[in-house]
Write a protein of this length. Structure first.
Length: 617
């Protein structure tokens, strides 16, 4: 999973295999999801059970799903749960909790029905610091226009029946097409049929229904599908495919032999940013797919940049945890999950690869790569640097560990970097962390998980004692990592540079405020303005009515924030403001707030060979 604090946002798992055949009907869970008849933003789900041999059975919708590392209670979005026998008589049902229902006289159970609502409607913020379901793991029901079917939000499982095959029939308007890595076994234009050998495989296969907008291409034997939903049509799959193809080709070249996926689907949902639309931006990985949610208001340059960031991260999950993972992930419990200790690897090494491959394949230069490393070090300082990473991982669903989850993208990636450097140094540049992941993939693999408490010893055995010492001291232990020490091994030391910062925010402090009643955007008077505001002589209390002839309020404030990211020094700018109740027009130029920031540079020529082996492989 990759969460991103978009712009200034006010600042496996288990996998697919060949579908089982020859199973009798009594051993199949049959599901029908009706996307044609939507009422009150809810759809009807009908489930026919396999043979039930107990007097009581529990039907559950997941509390947590792999890759999210959060408690989301998807069952609370379902209501009007009913159970019937073969004669249509209702059976007694008791709701146990948000996610589970107990059904009496279960031996006579013929079907269950319930209504499922979407999660996008309930989002209150960015998906951080609240109880929102992270949008890429959520669901959308927009009748006749778009359905984001993350299957875990619509379909549950019967107690002790997780390994029973599933047959899912989805009826939908003929104007909509379902993009997915699964194969539709029904030729009808209004009905799709998907079969999976067990519930876990169904959960790992999202589907997005919308007006057909997709492209396909092949990268080194892998078929790629890019599907896009853009509410205004601002973006199309074709418009972003060249950049995606370049990136995914580079990823495949970087990974080499680690590749068991024949088809990969990227589902891009672009949010209108309306109150009832998605606000949690980023992506969620699956063995053969990635769901991505971003704002449609982004300029194309920023959209493609974000796509490269999140899709590259999710794609590298092919390595871990989709191939290399612990028993906690292999035998994931959707309603009483036990989390693995190794988020440093699942998310951290994945994030490191998502940056390393770009310098390795020539998509970015050294300066950009060092800036990214410096940014991760700086962002990591805002989190708890003395908390054991393994302890945080194992307890990530609970406080205080839950609040430290974002460190998987910062310190987690830096852990991967340090291990990479250690292996490079000890092997005279011949091997790195990618070689380690190749070996772990061979040692374990999709159907062979490791024991959580044995991984460090196995990694040490496959590499060097120094790697084991690092893991025990800095990953399991509470000692902060001396990044300068490890970067010096490849001749890289601290440097500084001036960079333009955001116009409307510094750190966590915005320079503008919003009146929730009038929706007006005003300049704050309780903080010192930056160069942008001073140059235009904007004063505290000024209401920003429009910028460059475009009106702004709370409803489209994200447009203002995103568009400001594209402003260049000395660009002409015109603002209409209200000052003391009177409208004024201000014309001038953009002055960006430049900030001194830390970065790194290669300064030791004697380490250049090792540095090049690290960055270029």
């Amino acid at each position: 999973m990759k969460k991103i604090l978009y712009t200034l946002a006010l600042a496996v798992t288990l996998w697919s295999c060949k579908t089982g055949t020859g199973a009798s009907k009594s051993n199949v869970v049959e599901v029908n999801i009706n996307l044609t008849d939507v009422k009150d933003d809810k759809v009807l789900v009908t489930v026919t059970p396999p043979e039930i041999k107990t007097d009581e059975v529990i039907y559950s919708i997941p509390k947590t799903v792999p890759g999210t590392y959060s408690t989301d209670n998807y069952g609370k979005y379902s209501s009007d749960f009913k159970a019937f026998d073969a004669k249509g008589n209702t059976l007694t049902v008791k709701r146990i909790d948000d996610n589970s229902w107990s059904i009496s006289n279960a031996k006579t159970l013929k079907k269950v029905t319930y209504l499922t609502g979407d999660t996008f409607d309930t989002e209150k913020g960015t998906g951080f610091g609240n109880d929102d379901v992270f949008s890429p793991a959520g669901t959308n029901i927009n009748a006749g226009i778009n359905f984001l079917v993350n299957t875990h939000g619509f379909v549950g499982y019967f107690q002790d029946k997780l390994n029973v095959p599933y047959k899912v029939t989805i009826t939908h308007p003929d104007t909509l097409w379902g993009a997915t890595s699964m194969t539709d076994e029904d030729a009808s234009k209004t009905s799709d049929v998907f079969t999976t050998p067990r519930y876990a495989v169904l959960v790992e296969n999202p589907i997005m229904y919308s007006k057909p907008d997709y492209t396909t291409f092949n990268v080194n034997g892998m078929d790629i599908l890019i599907a896009v939903y853009s509410p205004t049509g601002k973006f199309t799959a074709e418009s972003i495919t060249p950049e995606m193809k370049t990136m995914m080709t580079a990823q495949k070249n970087f990974l080499g032999k680690v590749n068991a996926t024949k088809k990969y689907t990227v589902l891009l949902y672009l949010s209108s940013m309306a109150k009832d639309d998605a606000h949690g931006f980023g992506a969620l990985e699956h063995p053969t797919a990635t769901t991505v949610v971003l704002p449609e208001s982004m300029p194309k340059e920023k959209l493609v940049e974000s796509m490269k960031d999140v899709v590259s991260h999710e794609f590298f999950h092919i390595v871990t945890p989709l191939t290399v993972h612990s028993k906690e992930i292999q035998y994931f419990d959707y309603n009483a999950p036990k989390m693995s200790e190794h988020l440093w690897m699942y998310e951290g090494v994945t994030e490191y690869f998502a940056n390393l491959f770009q310098i390795n394949q020539g998509l970015i230069d050294e300066a950009e790569f060092y800036t990214r490393i410096a940014d991760k070090i700086e962002q990591g300082k805002t989190l708890n640097d003395t908390m054991s990473f393994t302890k945080m991982s194992a307890n990530v669903l609970e406080q205080p560990y839950k609040d430290q989850y974002l460190n998987v993208y910062q310190k987690g990636a830096l852990i991967g970097m340090c291990i990479d450097i250690i292996i490079r140094e000890k092997s005279n540049g011949e091997r790195g962390i990618l070689d380690l992941m190749h070996k772990l993939s061979s040692e374990y693999g999709i159907e062979k998980p490791f024991n959580d408490n044995e991984l460090f010893a196995k990694i040490t055995q496959l590499t060097y004692p120094e790697v084991g010492e690092f893991l025990n001291k800095y990953v399991a232990g509470t000692t902060p990592i001396p990044y300068d020490f490890y970067l010096a091994k490849v001749g890289v030391t601290k440097a500084s540079e001036k960079k333009p910062g955001p116009v409307f925010i510094k750190g966590q402090t915005p320079y503008i405020a919003v009146d929730k009643q009038t929706k007006a955007i005003s300049v704050r008077s309780d903080v010192e303005s930056n160069e942008f505001f001073k140059n235009l002589n904007l004063k505290g209390g000024d209401i920003i009515v429009s910028v460059n002839a475009k009106a702004y309020t709370l409803d489209n404030i994200y447009d203002l924030l995103t568009e400001s990211e594209n402003w260049k020094e000395n660009d002409p700018i015109t603002l209409k403001i209200k000052r003391n109740g009177a409208e004024e027009t201000i014309k001038g130029t953009v002055k960006l707030p430049f900030e001194e920031t830390e970065t790194f540079k290669a300064t030791d020529a004697s380490k250049e060979k090792l540095k090049n082996a690290w960055l270029k492989g």
